[in-house]
Design a protein around this ligand. Structure first.
Ligand code: C2O
Ligand code: CU
Length: 479
């Protein structure tokens, strides 16, 4: 009897050990050190292009991220100071959320001093969609240290592209952005049409509900019949939204800060705006006024409200893959120097010791994800594929990419330049860009809680070395 029981126990013990020991190993392997250099994590992926032997993952000589700045001898055209505070259970920038709209003209050197009054975790400002020099990108632990209470940081960049952008914290961003630490940024063209009425609308759902420019409900703008309008829509939320227009036809003038080539008039179709994305709509206000609905929760009305009841979302969607007319993109994506896969999945595992179902990049869990390695001047193609059970608005810092194809269908419209691209469940995209902005750049999901759950990778230039660490004395925590 005793021996039988003993054998059973032994068997049970062995079975448990067979289960627990590997789990323990995976758990241990998943632990992220308290402090780490991003460039030393993950696996180098050279995308089938030449491997730069001198650009080892860490510890090699090169240009530090912190030195990749705007020319220090150019003086500022636009100078702002933004004071960030934790108050009322959220965050404010200069006492409000959203913070002040920053406006510049293309070519201006913009200089913003961030002052952290009392945000205990520290904070930063990232210029979403602006291809700034790396050191001004505002990512804690990647391009700077988090700015602690009482500290300041100066951002300097030349606004090289006219368009609609925004800024937000990139320290504990899944909390700080949601709770109000963001604002709008518009770069005007050299010769803006003074006749056109410009309106910026930042879409944001705070804990209390959906808002436009910080207010719930409908934003009404005075406008006479015949008035031309450019409405700059910014989605600062974690999920996609859409806009639809009642009362007139409209054009999609720009997407993610890039003008659409020869945009045709649209009627009865909604325009989708991914998390982090921007869309500029253009129209002329008719006698009866214009109403632009956003996600069915907020609206902007120009003149009279042409709708007696809240208009429902049209079933049709503007397909940016075929919208507008083709034009040159300025490089040859057909024969890229490097080709990368960014395949998103989900599987059980441990993320920093926490068991769960986590996002994967090319089958790997953060931080054991690919480091996409490029050399300056490379033409780069990314295939982004979403094999997970949720949609992901993918955002590459420091670059604009042009969409080549979606689900194998080649783009036929205007060059569709993106920095925030919705990749739906089961969808795949091919995008291309020129690696023309040396640095260490995040490439992550802009549903910010997903980024905090590990949907983050980086693009790194050979010859660049990191200057900062995640964790560390300042508690850098970019996601
Ligand atoms: Cu809008 Cu990495 O951020
Ligand atoms: Cu996501």
């Amino acid at each position: 009897m005793a021996s039988r029981n003993g054998r059973r126990l032994w068997l049970a013990g062995t079975a448990t050990a067979a289960l627990v020991l590997p789990l323990g190993w995976f758990w241990q392997q998943s632990l992220v050190p308290d402090t780490y250099d991003l460039a030393a994590m993950g696996v180098a992926d050279w995308g089938g292009g030449p491997v730069d032997e001198h650009a080892a993952m860490a510890g090699m000589p090169g240009t530090p991220v912190a030195e990749l700045t705007a020319p220090p001898d150019i003086s500022a055209d636009i100078r702002e100071t933004l004071v960030v505070r934790a108050e009322g259970g959220g965050y404010t920038v200069d006492g409000a959320s959203p913070g002040p709209l920053i406006e510049a003209t293309v070519g201006d050197l913009v200089e913003v001093t961030l002052v952290n009054d009392n945000v205990a975790d520290g904070t930063t400002l990232h210029w979403h969609g602006v291809d700034v020099p790396n050191a001004a990108d505002g990512v804690a632990g990647v391009t700077q240290d988090a700015v602690l209470p009482g500290e300041e940081f100066v951002y300097r960049f030349v606004a090289e592209q006219a368009g609609t952008f925004w800024y937000h914290s990139h320290q504990v961003s899944h909390e700080q952005v949601q709770d109000g630490l963001f604002g709008g940024l518009v770069v005007h063209p050299e010769r803006a049409d003074a006749e056109v009425l410009e309106q910026v609308a930042l879409v944001h759902r705070y804990d209390d509900g959906p808002t436009l420019n910080g207010r719930p409900g409908t934003l009404t703008v005075d406008a006479e019949a015949g008035q031309g309008v450019r409405l700059r829509l910014v989605n600062t939320d974690n999920g996609i939204t859409s806009a639809w227009v009642t009362g007139t036809e409209f054009q999609v003038l720009a997407v993610d800060g890039s003008d659409v080539n020869e945009p045709e008039p649209v009627e009865g179709a909604a325009v989708r705006i991914p998390a982090g994305g921007r869309v500029d709509l253009g129209f002329v206000v008719p006698d009866g006024g214009v109403r632009v609905d956003l996600g069915g929760t907020t609206a902007v009305v120009f003149g009279q409200d042409p709708a007696s009841a809240r208009p429902r979302r049209p079933d049709d969607v503007v397909d940016l893959l075929s919208y507008g007319e083709p034009a040159a993109v300025g490089f040859e994506p057909a024969a890229p120097d490097r080709r990368f896969d960014y395949i998103i999945g989900k599987r059980p595992g441990f993320l920093d010791g926490r068991p769960g179902l986590w996002w994967t990049v090319n089958g790997r869990l953060f931080p054991d994800v690919p480091m996409f390695m490029v050399s300056e001047g490379d033409v780069v193609v990314f295939r982004i594929e979403n094999n997970s059970d949720d949609t992901h608005p993918m955002h590459l810092h420091g670059h604009h990419a042009v969409v080549l194809a979606k689900d194998g269908v080649t783009a036929t419209g205007s060059p569709w330049w993106v920095d925030s691209l919705e990749v739906g469940v089961g969808e795949s995209y091919e995008i291309a860009f020129v690696a023309d902005n040396p640095g260490l750049w995040m490439d992550h999901c802009h549903n910010l809680p997903h980024a905090a759950e590990g949907l983050v990778a980086h693009l790194m230039y050979a010859g660049v070395t990191s200057s900062f660490v995640v964790g560390g004395d300042d508690g850098n925590q970019p996601e």
